[in-house]
Structures are given as C-alpha cells and as structure tokens.
Design a protein around this ligand. Structure first.
Ligand code: 5GP
Length: 204
C-alpha cells in the first residue's frame, strides 16, 4: 500500500507572502493545494475554481449543512472553508496536501488531524507586514486596517504552530518548508514500510 501524504497547514498574517510561497511549493510534484470555498468577493486577479470556489452565503451554508467541509471560519466578515473530498483523496494518493488557511481553521484541523503539520509564515517585523499589505494595492484602506487589526490579534496564537518560518527571502522560506516536510516524511512512524522490508530481508 502506498504511504499516505502529509497534511500541511500554512497560515500567516495577511500580507506575509504565503500565497507566493505556496505557489513555489506546488511546482514540486509531491505537493498539491486544496482550493477553498469563500463568500468574499473575487479580486480582479482571482479566477473561480483556481484561486477559490466563490460562493454565495446560502451556497456556503448548504456546504456546511451537508458536512462537505473539513473546517470553516469567518474571517474579516466572510466565510472561508476547506472542501473535504479533494483533500482526503489526495492524501490517500500519497500527495502532501497544503491548506493555506487562517488560524481558527488551522487549529480546528490540527485537532481533527493531530498528525497534520502546522506552519506559520511571518515577515520579521510588523512594519514590514504593513508595507507589504499596502504594496499589494488590491485592498481598500478599511480592509487593510481590518487585516492589520486581525494580525495583531493573531500574533497571540502564533506559538500554537509547530513551526514558525520567516519569509524574508522567498527561496530560503520555501527551502525551509521543504526541509520540514522531508524530515517529517523520514520519521520512523512514516517509514514503517522501509523498516518492515529490511527486517523481512534479514529474516530470509
Ligand atoms: P484572502 O481573502 O486574502 O484570500 O484570505 C484571507 C484569509 O483566509 C487568509 O488568511 C487565508 O489563509 C484564509 N483562508 C483561505 N481559505 C481558507 C479556508 O478554507 N479556511 C480557513 N479557515 N481560512 C482560509
């Protein structure tokens, strides 16, 4: 039987550059990304079915009722949630599945799937975070202020994550995450097939 993949939960302050990091990670064969459902309005750069599945509130609430989501949360006035079927199928195929989700959802998933690895991406300073959020130029001042407020609330819970990775240089950040996942895949609990094979070879 093939090994199940690793569930990787990536969070970070809005503006921390998680999206870019995740895009780099999924260029690698062993990683894939879960596409979330949301009720927030699409940005000009968003593509439905690629960046998100954009839903109305009643459509989203129907997904909740039908237990079609692994988790969902409300973030700055909108629903966001992770569709269940795709994630479970890909893990069974042995892929490492990335969920790029905010903190409430991340902690819920960790409770349900204790073997999931939680990674928090952050710039080195709050000032750098604000600079990046403004540079993106896709949000109104009100949304930027809400997101900064949310970041200041979230930093209290950063230490609940298994790993904190600074995103100062993209390549370093991506390679840090690849190293974390590689180390987890080499843990003895995840290598029982190798152990069994070597033991059985010795007993031949
Ligand atoms: P944005 O509106 O900038 O695309 O996303 C806002 C926040 O929602 C980000 O922190 C993002 O990681 C989070 N998010 C995206 N999809 C999900 C999801 O399926 N569940 C949860 N809990 N958060 C999500």
């Amino acid at each position: 039987m093939s090994k199940s993949g690793i569930l990787i939960i990536i969070s970070g302050f809005s503006g921390a550059g998680k999206g870019t990091v995740v895009k780099e990670l999924i260029k690698k064969d062993s990683f894939c990304l879960s596409i979330s459902a949301t009720t927030r309005a699409p940005r000009s750069t968003d593509v439905d079915g690629v960046d998100y599945f954009f839903k109305t509130v009643p459509e989203f609430e129907k997904m909740i009722e039908e237990d079609a989501l692994i988790e969902y949360a409300s973030y700055v006035g909108n629903y966001y949630g992770t569709p269940k079927e795709y994630v479970l199928d890909k893990l069974n195929e042995g892929k490492n599945v990335i969920l790029e989700i905010e903190m409430q959802g991340a902690l819920k998933v960790k409770e349900k799937f204790p073997d999931a690895v939680t990674i928090f991406i952050t710039p080195a300073t709050f000032g750098e975070l604000e600079r990046r959020l403004r540079k993106r130029g896709t949000e109104t001042e009100e949304v930027i202020q809400n997101r900064l407020k949310r970041a200041s609330e979230e930093c209290v819970f950063m230490d609940k994550y298994d790993y904190i990775v600074e995103n100062n240089e993209l390549e370093v950040c991506v390679s840090d995450i690849v190293s974390i996942i590689r180390a987890i895949s080499l843990k003895k609990e995840n290598s029982s097939d190798v152990i069994d094979k070597i033991k059985s070879d010795f007993n031949k």
